[in-house]
Design a protein around this ligand. Structure first.
Ligand code: ZN
Length: 363
């Protein structure tokens, strides 16, 4: 539709966090503004014309942005330098990362009344260079009731104006806005697509595959996992579980000391892996992997099989709870030595509880 210049003027792109909504809106906007479209039916931006160069740097005068910020009466404009930087680094940006980046700490982000006035003001400007004037509102969920201020503009915008509303959760958007937009739902990338995407940024296939398995279709998370140490988490996790089973205090301490050196982000990734492992373990215990749906590499799958008689579904629930708690504490900057030593001891106690194992009807 964009290539044929027949895109509706109000578009809502809905996609889960870290998936394709924002990159898709940026790509379509780029195509609309390109002065020298290529390909069949002109469906590809040239990437090198004046407009494309400006779009690439997010400085095209006809391409406007609004996004959540912090502070009352704040508009998006003062945050544009950080916004451009964020898009260059991580086009699959997520709300949390963005709010951290602009120093929101624990403050709630929002798109204020003043930001809405700014959107209207910008769209009332004449077109500077291209055929279109584009307004990309990232996360319209944050508009709240202020969104009512935009209704008229979304319904009857000035000529050649295109809105992209890029959202994660449609239930948080005013119905009055939803009803005025053309909705497009984007499905998350498959594991294969994530591996291919990570390959394009130079990540080796083994690390990319390990990251894709854990990312649940979130490319942003996959990228962070692949940049970290995710390929080693499987081995590290199995070593930890062995130590927890045995319950040797010295070995638990050694493992924890080593682990504490990893750094917070990698510790979070590790916990993500651990929760993933136990989820897959549960699936294995129920299906025996008859349909081949258990997403663990061979070595870890073999270890999971050996553990089947040792861990019951009740124990599994307790284990998951401990790991989820760990995740919360890591996010709050807890001391990793204390946190993971304590978790190791609690896991040991759980493993030692005499309970019927999975596969003996305990579910
Ligand atoms: Zn171009």
């Amino acid at each position: 539709m964009a290539a044929a210049d027949r895109l509706p003027h109000a578009n809502l792109l809905l996609s889960a966090p870290g998936t394709g909504g924002l990159p898709a809106a940026l790509a379509i906007a780029n195509l609309l503004l390109c002065e020298n479209r290529q390909g069949e039916g002109g469906d590809t931006a040239c990437g090198s014309c004046r407009a494309c160069r400006k779009t690439k740097g997010y400085v095209h005068p006809d391409f406007h942005f609004a996004f959540p910020t912090v502070g009352s009466k704040m508009t998006s404009d003062p945050f544009l330098p950080q916004w451009r930087e964020a898009l260059q680094e991580r086009p699959y940006l997520e709300a949390n990362d963005w709010l951290q980046r602009i120093g929101a700490e624990n403050k709630q982000g929002n798109i204020t009344r003043e930001a809405c006035a700014n959107i209207i003001k910008k769209l009332n400007l004449k077109i500077f260079e291209g055929r279109y004037k584009i307004m990309l509102i990232w996360l319209p969920e944050y508009l709240g009731n202020e969104g009512n201020r935009l209704l008229k503009m979304i319904e009857e915008p000035p000529e050649n104006t295109v809105f992209f509303l890029v959202a994660e959760r449609s239930e948080l958007i005013l119905n009055t806005i939803l009803s005025r937009c053309q909705l497009t739902k984007l499905s998350p990338p498959t594991d294969e697509e994530i591996v291919a995407g990570l390959g394009q940024v130079g990540i080796d296939p083994a690390a990319a595959a390990a990251a894709a398995r854990l990312a649940d279709g979130n490319f942003n998370v996959a990228r962070a996992l692949a940049d970290g140490d995710s390929v080693n988490h499987g081995e590290r996790f199995l070593a930890w579980m062995r130590v927890c089973f045995q319950g040797s205090a010295a070995k638990l301490t050694d493992w924890t000391d080593d682990f504490a050196k990893l750094g917070r982000e990698n510790q979070k990734h590790f916990l993500r892996y651990a929760l993933h492992f136990w989820r897959e373990f549960l699936l294995l215990s129920v299906t025996d992997n008859a349909a081949g749906r258990v997403r663990l590499p061979e070595n870890e799958l073999a270890s999971a099989r050996k553990m089947l008689p040792l861990v019951s579904h009740e124990q599994l629930a307790d284990i998951s709870e401990i790991l989820s708690e760990c995740m919360e504490h890591v996010e709050r900057n807890a001391n990793p030595r204390i946190l993971f030593l304590d978790a190791g001891i609690r896991l040991h106690q759980i493993f030692r509880q005499p309970r019927p194992a999975v596969g003996t009807g305990s579910a």
